[in-house]
Design a protein around this ligand. Structure first.
Ligand code: PEP
Ligand code: MG
Length: 835
């Protein structure tokens, strides 16, 4: 027997991935190879992943490997060499897809002062929601009832074997198209299926008379218990691997009808998952899903896009270990600040009640715009449409005020299943959307499969550069049956409503001509078969590959309309992978080069009398909207919840002023200059008085300085005087940090000169009860917010006058005893000599 001892240098200990490397190597030898963890005293079989994991080997544990058998000499040499040189490197750092805590934006002071217990994540879908924290993706074996009864031992054994083989095949298919990290996970799962100890445990359970289902469940529980006892939080999480594999094994044996994914929500819930497939997301009851936390996932993944369209607050890149023991507890996901509150104290609850009030007020105001057409202040129409990925989203989109569907991404209909949907299934889905549209038009984009959007059953090999690879229109020729079936189903559905066909990822005229030939062929077939369809169905293309921008004139001869895919166009023009967090800062659509490209596209299309929209995520960015309006786009399509706000914003813009702004932006040298230009533009937009009733509140129940500053900043936001209320509040806090602004006599005058107030303002809050304000008590707060860029010092003089007046008792009394908001307004205007 040969032995050697070493120290485990893996930061996460021996979990499935590194264990898999050890197991694979050891299985090359006939000798018996054992792994002993000296700390726990547990010895495991080094040829079994599960057995290795069971040794609970953690970082810096001392371990001994002993080898005994015919080839022990060679095995010793190879295994020792592996442990000495490679073992340390065989586990990549855990991928969270998110930034380090240090990279998150600082939290607003009104929130951070509450010192709420929280975990950060990258915010990818806004709003906030509270519910019970539940893990999805994993399975609760205790809730599996009505198990199939045991037949003969032989039959059960045979069933189990078939299940094993099916699952192994599935994993192999997944491996073929998986990206690196994902592939490692699949490999680890495959290793569990092949694990000798795993099989032995299952067989042991079968031998005790259990059915295959009972044996799988008992085995899952056995290993889960073993891993749950691990000293490492990370290892305890690996228990999910076992549960995942065992549940998939049950599905492989009995089918997904019998063991459907357990995604039934029972009440308001916040779901946490490593990553959720779009179909898993669609399965969740959206009325109960209050928030979504993904440990992985990018900001433009399709699940995230879906979450946005259902307005589910969503974070990605959350370190689940930090959520610790919060499963089953109430948590709150804030998709704007990018955090999960794990202890909802009273001040936190009051903070979010105030947030809710702001959101409700915004919603009510926007409701007025919902059913109006998108129109600028000078009467220029801009169609505001919705992006959807399934027909079930169409109805809520139109309810949100969508004037059309500007992008129906259809690839999701093909993903997360074992075969493509057939023509009738697609036809029914399109008809469902048509029904919701009630005559409004729907742009159906043909499949954008391939590259980063894998569909297992097409067996498209993994690629090094998927975004530059075999994707969208580029795969249609090879999968022409699939493409033709889709075209047939769209054409058939076009008999019932207003459909348009759009082709993604066009980069040359050849592709357009080829598509048109196929389309002509399908039309001919349908005519022959006397199947009705819209003979005039428009054909359009996505403009997302920069080459198309230079052949717009030629494209205009062949197609009816264009839609700019700003997500891809940005990544291709700037050479920045849209899902790579490391290069996000270069993914900037305010870059003058990008703006010039967009303007060139729109003006070229219009020169040829054709129609052009934009359907990337950029369309929902309020700050960029003046530039898009300046370009003269015919339509902007976005996730449905953004539509009412965009309609309101559009209604306040003058298209001619926007054009001048765009011209200036295109002359800027950097994105930052464009940003400043936009800020300046916003500031000049309105002309509001210094004192107005919207910014005065009387006898309100505010209990802290934080609540006062937040409420008054929120009022300014609701009055349209500031866009970033948290930033304005931070500026006020910066002043409070230097000296508290309590004046005595129950008065306080928080103040700031800030770039975040677009129109200088005097805000007032008379509180129901005095509160502590620094060393003083205060009940009457007058907040002064002065625009940083405002010309002259007129406002400054008014503010000084106000400060002098407050020192006079009579003035204070008038304010303290004012009977109404109008009284306060009149008193201030009179005393400060404002017209
Ligand atoms: C785009 O690229 O902007 C677009 C809308 O398409 P997708 O995000 O589906 O690639
Ligand atoms: Mg695209």
């Amino acid at each position: 027997m040969k032995t050697f001892t070493f120290t485990c240098e893996l930061p996460n200990g021996v979990h499935a991935r590194p264990a898999n490397h050890v197991e694979t190597l050891c299985n090359n030898f006939t000798s018996e190879i054992k792994w002993t963890n000296e700390r726990t005293g547990i010895t495991g079989n080094a040829k079994s992943v599960l057995s290795l994991i069971g040794t609970d080997t953690l970082y810096k544990d001392s371990c001994t490997i002993s080898i005994e058998g015919a080839d022990e000499g060679e095995a010793y040499e190879k295994v020792k060499q592996f442990i000495d040189t490679e073992f340390e490197h065989c586990d990549a750092p855990l991928e969270t897809g998110g930034e380090d805590a240090g990279e998150f934006l600082p939290l607003p002071r009104n929130f951070s002062n509450l010192q709420a217990e929280h975990v950060r994540g990258r915010a990818v879908s806004g709003g906030f929601g509270q519910g019970l924290l539940v893990r999805v993706g994993a399975v609760n074996f205790d809730s599996l009832t009505d198990l199939p009864a045991a037949k003969s031992a032989k039959e059960e054994e045979a069933q189990l074997q078939v299940g094993f083989e099916t699952l192994a095949r599935t994993f192999k298919v997944q491996l073929a198209s998986a990206a690196a990290t994902e592939a490692d996970v699949v490999k680890a799962h495959l290793a569990i299926v092949r694990d000798v100890e795993f099989k032995a445990t299952l067989d042991g359970n079968l031998a005790d008379g259990a059915s295959a289902a009972e044996a799988v469940i008992a085995t899952a529980k056995h290993y889960s218990a073993q891993l749950q006892n691990s000293a490492s939080a990370y290892m305890r999480e690996r228990e999910l691997d076992i549960r995942d594999v065992c549940f998939q094994l049950l599905q492989a044996i009995y089918g997904e009808e019998k063991f459907s994914n357990q995604l039934t929500l029972k009440g308001p819930t916040v779901c946490v998952a490593d990553d959720l497939t779009p179909s898993q997301f669609l399965e969740l009851d959206k009325s109960l899903l209050k928030g979504l936390i993904l440990t992985r996932g990018g900001s433009t993944s399709h699940t995230v896009i879906l979450a946005r369209s259902f307005a589910i607050p969503t974070l990605v890149g959350v370190d689940e270990a930090k959520l610790g023991d919060k499963l089953g507890a109430q948590v709150l996901v804030d998709g704007d600040l990018g955090l999960v509150v794990t202890d909802i104290t009273e001040p936190v609850a009051r903070y979010y009640e105030q947030e809710q009030r702001v959101q409700d007020a915004v919603k009510d105001r926007q409701a007025a715009f919902r059913d109006q057409k998108g129109m600028t202040a000078d009467g220029k129409p801009v169609e505001l449409a919705a992006n959807i990925a399934h027909s079930i989203e169409a109805f809520p989109a139109f309810k949100n005020g969508a004037e059309a569907i500007g992008l129906f991404r259809t690839e999701m209909l093909y993903m997360d299943r074992t075969s493509a949907p057939d023509e009738d299934e697609l036809y029914n889905i399109y008809c469902q959307a048509i029904e919701a549209a009630e005559g409004k038009s729907i742009i159906i984009r043909t499949i954008d499969i391939g590259g980063d959007k894998p569909v297992d059953y097409l067996k498209i090999p993994a690629e090094n550069n998927p975004f530059l690879g075999y994707r969208a229109v580029r795969i249609y020729e090879e999968f022409s049956d699939l493409f033709k079936e889709q075209l047939r189903s769209i054409l058939r559905a076009s008999a019932h409503g207003s459909l348009k066909i759009m082709i993604p990822m066009i980069s040359s005229l050849e592709e357009i001509l080829w598509v048109k030939d196929v389309l002509a062929e399908i039309r001919q077939d349908l005519r022959k078969e006397h199947i009705p369809f819209d003979e005039k169905i428009p054909l359009g293309i996505m403009v997302e590959v920069p080459s198309v921008a230079f052949i717009i004139d030629q494209c205009c001869e062949e197609v009816d309309f264009f839609s700019i895919g700003s997500n891809d166009l940005t990544q291709y023009l700037m050479a920045v992978d849209r899902d790579n967090a490391k290069v996000t800062k270069h993914y900037n659509s305010l870059n003058p080069a990008f703006l010039r490209t967009l303007d060139h596209i729109v003006s070229s299309v219009h020169r040829h009398g054709k129609w052009v929209g934009l359907c990337g995520e950029l369309g929902a960015k309020g700050s960029v909207l003046p530039l898009l309006i300046g370009m003269g786009l015919d339509e902007i399509s976005m996730s449905a919840p953004s539509i009412p706000a965009t309609k309101e914003r559009v209604s306040k813009l003058d298209s001619r002023e926007c054009r001048i702004l765009l011209n200036k932006a295109m002359e800027c040298r950097t994105s930052l200059e464009v940003e400043h230009l936009l800020a300046q533009f916003r500031m000049e937009q309105s002309d509001a008085p210094l004192v107005s009733q919207e910014c005065i509140t009387l006898d309100v129940d505010l209990r802290s300085k934080e609540e006062v500053i937040k409420t008054l900043s929120d009022n300014l936001f609701l009055a349209g005087r500031c866009r970033y209320r948290d930033k304005l509040a931070d500026d006020l806090w910066a002043r409070e940090d230097v000296f508290s602004t309590g004046l005595g006599f129950g008065f306080a005058i928080p103040h700031t000169k800030s770039e975040h107030i677009e129109q200088s303002a005097i805000s007032v809050s008379r509180l129901a009860q005095p509160i502590q304000w620094g060393d003083e008590e205060a009940q009457f707060i007058i907040m002064l917010t002065l625009n940083k860029h405002a010309a002259g010092d007129q406002h400054m003089k008014i503010f000084s006058k106000l400060a002098r007046r407050i020192m006079q008792e009579e003035f204070r009394k008038k304010l303290m005893n004012a009977g109404s908001v109008a009284d306060v307004e009149a008193t201030l205007k009179k005393e400060l000599e404002l017209s």
